[in-house]
Design a protein around this ligand. Structure first.
Ligand SMILES: Nc1ncnc2c1ncn2[C@@H]1O[C@H](COP(=O)(O)OP(=O)(O)OP(=O)(O)O)[C@@H](O)[C@H]1O
Length: 262
C-alpha cells in the first residue's frame, strides 16, 4: 500500500498539488484520473521520487520516501516496476534482452537464471516465442507487453504505469488493461495507473483517484462512479454522449450503490 498524506508541490510560485492525500491499495488497480493539467503526472512523479514535494508524506508500506537515505531509495527502486508511455524499449536489444536488462542491472542472477526469469515473464504476458525479435519488428501492443514483462521482471511490489494505452487501438487497449489487472491480482502488486482512457476507468478502476486543479476531489471504484454526485468528476468521465449513455444504462439497470466519500 502507498499512502500519500497532504502533499504539496509548487512550480515558480504556483501550487500544482494543493494538499493531496490518497491511498493506493495493495493488489488493486489504482487509477489516477483528471483533466489535462490537473496534476496527475506531478503526483505520479512525486510517488516515484522524480519530483520532491515541499510538504507531506509518501509512505511505501509505512516507509516515508521523503525521509529515505540514498541507499534506502536505491533499495526501494528494486521493488518498483515502471511502464512508460510509448514502451521505452531499447531498440538495439532483442525482446529477451529488454526483459533481461533490469535483472542484469539489479540482481546477481546468473546468465541461465536471467534467461529463465525473462522467458517466464514473456510467457506470462503472452509473448512466448518472440524472444529473438527486435522491438521494431513487433506491433505496438506487443511492445507494450514486452514493457510489462520488463516491468515485472524483478517481481515488483509496486507498479507504475503512465498512460499504458496511449497509441493503442481500443481492442488492444482492453487486452493490455486486462493483463495489467490480472498481474496486479495474481502477484498482489500495488499498481498505479495514470490514465485518460475512460474505457480503462470503467473497466479496471478498482480504486479511482480523481484529481481536479491539484486537489483530490473524489475516490471510489468503477461501480460507484455511475452514481457519483461530484460535478467535476461526472463532467470529466461522462463527457461524451457515448459514456453518458453508458451511465444512463447502468443507472437505469441498477448499479450497486456503495458508500463513497466525495
Ligand atoms: N517541471 C515543471 N515545471 C513547471 N511547471 C510544471 C512542471 N511540471 C508540471 N508543471 C505544471 O503543473 C501542472 C500540472 O501538470 P501535470 O503534468 O501534472 O498535468 P497532468 O494532469 O498530468 O496533465 P496531462 O493529462 O496533460 O498529462 C501544469 O500546469 C504544468 O504546466
Amino acid at each position: 500500500m502507498i499512502q500519500v498524506c497532504d502533499i504539496e508541490k509548487s512550480f515558480d510560485g504556483t501550487k500544482v498539488l494543493k494538499g493531496v492525500s490518497a491511498t493506493f491499495e495493495t493488489g488493486k488497480t489504482n487509477l489516477i484520473i483528471g483533466q489535462s493539467g490537473s496534476g496527475k503526472t506531478v503526483l505520479m512523479k512525486s510517488l516515484v521520487g522524480l519530483i520532491r514535494p515541499e510538504k507531506g508524506q509518501i509512505l511505501y508500506d509505512g516507509r516515508d520516501l521523503l525521509k529515505m537515505s540514498r541507499e534506502q531509495i536505491q533499495h526501494l527502486r528494486t521493488e518498483i516496476g515502471m511502464l512508460f508511455q510509448g514502451s521505452a524499449l531499447f531498440d538495439s536489444e532483442t525482446v529477451l534482452g529488454n526483459v533481461e536488462f533490469p535483472l542484469m542491472m539489479y540482481t546477481n542472477m546468473s546468465f541461465a537464471e536471467r534467461r529463465k526469469r525473462a522467458r517466464f515473464c514473456l510467457e506470462r504476458v503472452g509473448l512466448k516465442g518472440a524472444d529473438a525479435k527486435f522491438p521494431s519488428e513487433i506491433s505496438g501492443g506487443m511492445q507494450k507487453r514486452v514493457a510489462i514483462a520488463r516491468a515485472i521482471a524483478l517481481n515488483p511490489k509496486y507498479l507504475f504505469c503512465d498512460e499504458p494505452n496511449s497509441g493503442l487501438d481500443p481492442k488492444t487497449s482492453i487486452l493490455i488493461d486486462e493483463l495489467l489487472s490480472d498481474i496486479t491480482h495474481e502477484y498482489g502488486i500495488t499498481t498505479v495507473i495514470n490514465t485518460h482512457d475512460m474505457n480503462s476507468v470503467l473497466g479496471i478502476g478498482e480504486n479511482i483517484i480523481f484529481i481536479n486543479h491539484g486537489h483530490r476531489e473524489w475516490v471510489g471504484d468503477n461501480t460507484m462512479i455511475y452514481t457519483a454526485t461530484n460535478q467535476a468528476l461526472t463532467n470529466f468521465v461522462f463527457a461524451t454522449e457515448l459514456f453518458q449513455k453508458v451511465k444512463d444504462y447502468m443507472v437505469a439497470n441498477g448499479t450497486p450503490v456503495t458508500p463513497h466519500h466525495e
